[in-house]
Write a protein that binds this ligand. Structure first.
Ligand code: OSB
Ligand code: MG
Length: 375
């Protein structure tokens, strides 16, 4: 099945979050989302999303650097070239082209969706996914005090979420986690995400978290640092899960060799797309390292890609895959993403491609910037 992308339309929309989302390195109140509309020579059109944030406080990329990278370097390597399949697109984007993984991923993942459309299959199935329902977790931003966090965590549990992730930072950590653990059952699935807020000097302090039976602590140390994570893991009982550190399958191989962590958060946008995400999934499966799908406050378009990926067999832990309502007054896809009372998200397998349709008129009315690349 060959594909040939003739046009990519970039659009920026602004979507206010229903409530501000605070992580250790910054706060987001309104998402600036870059959407891509890719048109294949056959006429098939698909939508994808670039997950880069507004500021370089999670990774070096932002919506503005990604827009630039897509226009200048990514699109020219893809437009009007015939590829045997999406894996070939990933290879074309890898050669002599460093970084800009979120920009690359937006196009590469769109090419997977094009291939799914052309084959008349659900994206999840084209990827090799087997699950029909995905367990959902919530990621709760840093709150003003433990009582507020407890209120949020209780509400999340009542809503059915299978995993509750609390964002932490120095000054909002041990006491906050202790309060939530005390409020919920001893076996409630809890974890904490530090987004690189600590250093190895905090190892003894972080070891206090061991008493709360967390399933994992996510990315406590530097966004680039595998060696120090290995040292920290040696001093913690709680498994470390890496997020920011994991930018390629080689980084995962290093993590395993060094013992830097025991669980991997896979965000396809962070690793350059589905080809790399699948390779990471497969390597982790071979090494019995569980994985789960992270989120980047995506719109319903980006969420569709995360849901499809999370159907692969080694996604054994609940992902950061909340329903549309948690983020937005109104999403840009139909149907919106929902979660049932058991905390499961249904995978749309009846339709070819990403499984949801984009409200094109709404996107047009929300667009603050549009650029057409190619014909
Ligand atoms: O570290 O996982 C993270 C959002 C933005 C940037 C980084 C992270 C997050 C989340 C949100 O945790 C997860 C979601 O989309 O629900
Ligand atoms: Mg994280």
């Amino acid at each position: 099945m060959s594909l040939r992308i003739e046009r990519i339309v970039l659009r920026e929309i602004r979507l206010p979050l229903r409530e501000p989302f605070r992580i250790s390195s910054g706060v987001t109140t309104e998402r600036r989302i870059c959407l891509l509309e890719l048109t294949d020579a056959s006429g098939a059109t698909v939508w994808s999303e670039c997950v880069a944030g507004e500021l370089p406080n999670y990774s070096a990329e932002t919506i503005d650097t990604a827009w630039h990278a897509i226009r200048e370097w990514v699109a020219p390597r893809v437009l009007n070239k015939t590829f045997d399949g999406p894996e070939a697109v990933a290879l074309a984007l890898a050669e002599d082209f460093r970084g800009h993984l979120m920009a690359k991923a937006a196009v590469e993942m769109g090419c997977w969706a094009v291939a799914a459309e052309l084959e008349g299959r659900a994206l999840a199935r084209l990827l090799g996914g087997i699950q029909e329902r995905i367990p959902a977790g919530i990621s709760i931003g840093i709150q003003a005090n433990p009582a507020t966090l407890v209120r949020r965590a209780r509400a999340a549990q009542a809503a059915g979420y299978r995993k509750i992730k609390m964002k932490i930072r120095p000054g909002a950590d041990v006491a906050f986690v202790r309060a939530v653990r005390a409020a919920l059952e001893p076996d409630a699935h809890l974890m904490a995400d530090a987004n690189s807020a600590y250093t190895l000097a905090d190892a003894e302090y972080l070891a206090q978290l061991d008493q709360f039976n967390l399933t994992m602590i996510e990315q406590p140390l530097g966004q680039d640092d595998l060696r120090q994570h290995a040292e920290l893991q040696g001093r913690l009982k709680t498994p470390i899960c890496l997020d920011e550190c994991i930018t390629s399958v080689d980084r995962v191989a290093d993590m395993i060799a060094l013992g830097s962590g025991r669980i991997v958060n896979i965000k396809p946008g962070r690793v350059g797309g589905f080809s790399a995400a699948k390779a990471i999934h497969d390597l982790c499966l071979r090494h019995a390292v569980p994985v789960w799908c992270g989120g980047m406050l995506e719109s319903g378009v980006g969420r569709a890609y995360n849901v499809a990926l999370a159907t692969l067999p080694n996604f054994t832990l609940p992902g950061d895959l909340s329903p549309s309502k948690r983020y937005w007054a109104r999403d840009i896809v139909e149907p919106e993403w929902t979660m049932d009372a058991e905390g499961m998200v249904e995978v749309p397998l009846e339709r070819a491609g990403i499984g949801v349709s984009v409200d094109v008129e709404r996107v047009a009315s929300l667009a603050v910037r549009t650029e057409t690349l190619g014909a």
